[in-house]
Design a protein around this ligand. Structure first.
Ligand code: ADP
Ligand code: GN1
Ligand code: MG
Length: 364
């Protein structure tokens, strides 16, 4: 990102470029993120350029975040929601030379992680994401527009995978042949989803849709969850999206970028912490159908992420940035190993869900 461009953006926000320093920040896959410090006031900001190849209509993100921010400010004024700072001329985003930029306050004394090292952190994160779901349960999610059409529609993701497979070069189909077999084998997850997706007891809700652990800020000292970030995919969807992506990224001690899949396993105590934390907030909102889908949410999200990485590999790595040629294939292997592990541990995980549901119902 060139400096002149960033300086033009800072001016849009009334920041004096001579007083400001900035550096790239975080490990997100999608946007370009900068930590901006105003050396005069000491105030810190997060400045992000929205990836317009992924988000074709950035205005829709701004509208959704504003709608939710206004709703929360009115109905839950104590809730820390990291909304956008307005530009000099009152806009939610700055449009500079065709790029969309967003400025938010940097949350002081916060830290984010790519993996977790204590089940208490998983509990804290599940409470935070669950709280956002809960506070928005009376919000009319149909007001939110899709920022990425069909983002968590597994049917569409499966279709994208088979489309990529049909045109992928032979050498990629060869190197990925085991993972392609796995993707076909696990299609029963999609078939099962299709069997209940239109059920009345499986409602649309306002969901974050990207609850991976790097999208949660913790307090550096107390390690308490502070707030959720990365609100680009805040839109209408199903509860399995938020609960499932927590399982995908908190259950294993290693992230999706770990190439040695012998290290990928499920930590059952983290599973329990996620389910407990999420039920604490959302337990009284979930329908019986949804409660039956608690473990399924992890299967759905891990399978979807595996086929998203695989599709990108077959398409020639056009979506997820890679650090080396086979990285998206390694990520696919990693996610399929995690999915295998979830099935291998199914018995114990089901017993944990039942125990947590019993405890939750006993406490209410
Ligand atoms: P991406 O969409 O690329 O994942 P994120 O919005 O998740 O971008 O931001 C990337 C990283 O920047 C986060 O994982 C977090 O470490 C940091 N970050 C983002 N917003 C804030 C904020 N308001 N305060 C502190 N850190 C933040
Ligand atoms: C992307 O933006 P980031 O890095 O938090 C992706 C998620 C994937 C995740 C996998 C808009 O999330 O859907 O689960 O990578 N976000 C988008 O790491 O595609
Ligand atoms: Mg992120």
């Amino acid at each position: 990102m060139d400096n002149i461009k960033i300086e033009k953006v800072l001016i849009e926000y009334g920041l004096n470029t001579e007083d400001v320093i900035y550096k790239t920040f975080g490990t997100g896959h999608i946007n370009s993120t900068f930590l901006v410090t105003d050396q005069k006031s000491g105030h810190k900001f997060i400045l992000q350029s929205i990836n317009i190849n992924v988000f074709k209509k950035p205005d829709v993100i701004a509208q959704n975040v504003k709608l939710v921010g206004d709703y929360l400010a009115k109905n839950h004024p104590d809730y820390l929601f990291v909304g956008a700072i307005k530009t000099n001329d009152g806009k939610e985003m700055a449009l500079v030379d065709g790029d969309y930029w967003r400025l938010t306050n940097f949350i002081e004394n916060s830290v984010s992680f790519d993996t977790l090292s204590d089940p208490v952190q998983a509990y804290e994160a599940a409470v935070q994401f669950g709280r956002l779901n809960k506070l928005l349960s009376a919000f009319d999610a149909s007001q939110l527009k899709e920022t990425i059409p069909g983002f968590h529609d597994l049917g569409l993701r499966y279709q994208q995978f088979t489309d990529a497979l049909s045109i992928a070069p032979e050498h990629l189909r060869q190197t990925a042949s085991n993972e392609i077999q796995k993707a076909l084998h696990y299609k029963f997850i999609l078939d099962y989803f299709n069997s209940f997706k239109d059920s009345r007891d499986f409602p649309d809700r306002a969901m974050h849709h990207d609850t991976k652990i790097s999208n949660m800020l913790f307090d550096k000292d107390s390690m308490k969850g502070v707030c959720v970030i990365d609100l680009d995919t805040l839109m209408s969807g199903k509860f399995i999206s938020d609960l499932g992506d927590m399982m995908r990224t908190y259950l294993c001690a290693y992230s999706e970028n770990e190439p040695d899949i012998s290290k990928i396993s499920v930590r059952v105590e983290y599973f329990e912490a996620i389910v407990k934390g999420y039920l604490q907030e959302m337990g009284s909102m979930l329908s019986p159908v949804e409660k039956d889908l608690i473990l399924f949410s992890g299967k759905y999200l891990i399978y979807m992420q595996a086929i998203r990485f695989l599709t990108d590999y077959l398409n020639g790595d056009v979506y997820y940035p890679i650090g080396y040629p086979e990285q998206n294939l390694d990520r696919t292997k990693n996610q399929f190993k995690l999915l295998d592990e979830l099935f291998e541990n199914e018995k114990i995980l089901v017993s944990i869900v039942n125990k947590c549901l019993k405890e939750f119902e006993g406490n209410t």
